[in-house]
Design a protein around this ligand. Structure first.
Ligand code: CA
Length: 257
């Protein structure tokens, strides 16, 4: 599966360009990631979501598709009436219950779930919500800063000073997440933080199919490409050249003015 979104051209003093690609990768035969993008149509509101599904019998695909559709629709419908933080809390809770409900009526989908990162923009203000190990980076002038802390058991060991980041990156249990949507047992409420986006800054959302195999230096140089669509395609190509061991999702937001 390969999706490509057009970037926006909103006239005026504020403009964010957006693009995204969701790719199966080389090693997997189906894509359990899902993405959604809402461009700013002049209201100053824009949105991006990346989910990475898990669960047997293609259930991961169902979980991530349900999460993306639920959160996208809920935010679009209610963004005028509520604060972004409250909206994101409610949207994640609704997605979580829909996934668990779907799992409870389909034996093949038992235990399905997904990670989720969602970024809501209201002009230059950004709310970043996440559950799991899909990530958000801010990239500007060659600097790549991770805005999310992975919700994984291994990252908790790092936070408690028991292992280093280097040890975490090769830890055999590094893929075990401690928070997600669905899946029954894990915590599902998102961690939400607020940021600003300045002119010429980029926000990159991605699944671990990118962050596990593409180095920060490559992220920095590829995100800096002139065209956001080309940047997304090149990021995915780079992950695939590194073996493409997992599904790869990227969404790029760039404030141009
Ligand atoms: Ca993945």
């Amino acid at each position: 599966m390969y999706k490509l979104f057009k970037r926006s051209h909103v006239p005026g003093s504020f403009e964010v360009q957006m693009a995204g690609v969701c790719d199966t990768g080389i090693a997997r035969d189906h894509n359990e990631d899902a993405i959604a993008i809402q461009e700013d149509d002049g209201r100053g509101f824009y949105l991006a979501i990346v989910c990475d599904g898990m669960g047997g019998h293609n259930a991961g695909e169902l979980a991530s598709a349900l999460a993306v559709a639920t959160i996208d629709e809920y935010l679009e419908k209610n963004f005028k009436d509520k604060k972004p933080e409250e909206l994101l809390q409610e949207a994640f809770a609704l997605a979580n219950s829909r996934i668990d409900e779907a799992a409870s009526t389909n034996p093949d989908a038992e235990g399905m779930g997904c990670t989720c990162v969602a970024v809501v923009g209201v002009r230059e203000r950004l709310w970043v919500a996440h559950a799991g190990d899909s990530r958000v980076y801010k990239v500007s002038r060659g600097d790549v800063r991770q805005l999310t802390i992975d919700h994984t058991m291994v990252q908790e060991l790092v936070a408690n000073g028991l292992i280093t980041n280097e040890q975490a990156s090769v830890h055999p249990y590094r893929g075990r997440i401690s928070r997600c949507l669905g899946h029954g047992k894990n915590k599902s409420d998102p961690e939400i933080n607020e940021f600003f986006i300045e002119p010429n800054e980029n926000i990159l959302l991605c699944s671990d199919g990118l962050s596990d195999v593409v180095k920060k230096d490559d992220i920095s140089s590829l995100v800096g490409m002139r065209d956001v669509r080309t940047a997304c395609r090149r990021l995915v190509e780079t992950a695939n050249r590194a073996g493409g061991p997992d599904n790869i999702s990227v969404v790029l937001m760039r404030r141009v003015v």
